[in-house]
Design a binder for this molecule. Structure first.
Ligand code: HMG
Ligand code: MG
Length: 275
């Protein structure tokens, strides 16, 4: 089976220039759970100065209707974020760093090593499983191509902390299937498919081909966003995530997602997106 981690409410909405009403975000998350998505990244407990679009994370979590069997996730960058996430009763938190120093500096104002040290107490104290994002695993918006060898130690450090799953990010959507294969040929023998998810953005229209190649190599967990919304304000050139619909079309019944209900969920936020 394929597991889609729906990141639309977080990755999709963090990049919007307009403010989306909290009620709309809540309706979006609830519609996604009704569509059969059982892992939904709802928001981020980050600094509201850095990501004002998600400053209402606490309210969104308070208002969603929790469907049994669905895990509701949130990003946390530090212990303050963990405390907010625990108070909001999240089911899983995600820490996030990258394979390139410049991106980590721009995104969370730290070096890679500092980010790992910052996450140490987060993972140690977290009462729920922790996912670890490794951004710029193929290309960095500031440094250009990132060699696969630079990704391995970051993955290892996150697993050593106690992360139970890694999400490998093509942050600006520049990866090719060949690059995906080269990286997975390094990561899979070391870490195994059970620990790895792929997070593709679709800037150059290659996300589906990249997901297909990943699946052929053994990956079964993919991040995606309803309607293909998404991007990172600290990664110039990053556009939407691969659309959840595209993965449902690609993998079919293996995803257990209702395509029509997924379209209906995406339609809830579409009128509010500023582009
Ligand atoms: P900083 O400015 O270095 O640290 O930011 P700070 O400790 O001085 O905090 C600044 C202010 O934020 C302070 O408030 C803190 O109290 C507050 P002030 O005193 O100025 O009023 N603060 C917080 N408030 C609420 N919740 C918190 C929190 N932490 C601090 N948790 C920091 C460092 C890490 C906080 C900041 O850089 C940050 O929040 N960055 C988040 C950036 C982000 O969310 N980026 C997008 C997600 S990553 C992504 O999209 C990639 C991904 O999709 C994968 C891929 O595509 O590759 C995951
Ligand atoms: Mg992303």
């Amino acid at each position: 089976m394929i597991r889609i981690v729906e990141v639309g409410p977080r990755d999709g909405l963090q990049n919007e220039k307009v403010t989306i009403p909290t009620d709309i975000k809540v309706a979006f998350v609830d519609a996604l759970s009704e569509a059969g998505l059982d892992e939904i990244e709802v928001s981020s407990f980050v600094s509201p100065r850095w990501i004002p679009q998600l400053a209402d994370a606490d309210q969104v979590f308070a208002r969603i209707v929790r469907k049994p069997g669905v895990r509701y996730l949130a990003l946390v960058p530090n212990e303050a974020g963990l405390d907010r996430a625990v108070a909001a009763r999240v089911d899983k938190v995600a820490v996030f760093t990258a394979a390139s120093e410049s991106f980590v500096r721009k995104n969370i104002n730290a070096t890679i090593q500092e980010s790992i040290e910052r996450f140490r107490p987060v993972v140690a104290r977290s009462p729920v499983p922790v996912r670890g994002y490794v951004s710029t695993a193929f290309h960095c918006p500031y440094e250009g191509p990132v060699s696969p060898e630079r990704v391995v130690p970051v993955c290892q450090a996150l697993l050593d902390l106690g992360c139970t799953e890694l999400s490998i990010g093509d942050t600006i959507g520049k990866a090719t299937p060949e690059e995906v294969e080269a990286l997975l040929n390094l990561l899979l023998p070391r870490f195994g498919p059970a620990n790895l998810a792929m997070h593709f953005h679709d800037t150059y229209g290659r996300a589906v081909a990249n997901a297909r190649r990943s699946r052929e190599l053994g990956i079964t967990v993919f991040d995606a966003s309803a309607g293909g919304i998404g991007g990172c304000p600290y990664a110039p050139g990053a556009t939407g995530n691969v659309a959840s619909q595209a993965l449902v079309d690609l993998f079919g019944a293996e995803t257990r997602v209702d395509r029509a209900r997924l379209d209906a969920a995406a339609a809830i936020v579409r009128p509010y997106l500023g582009g």
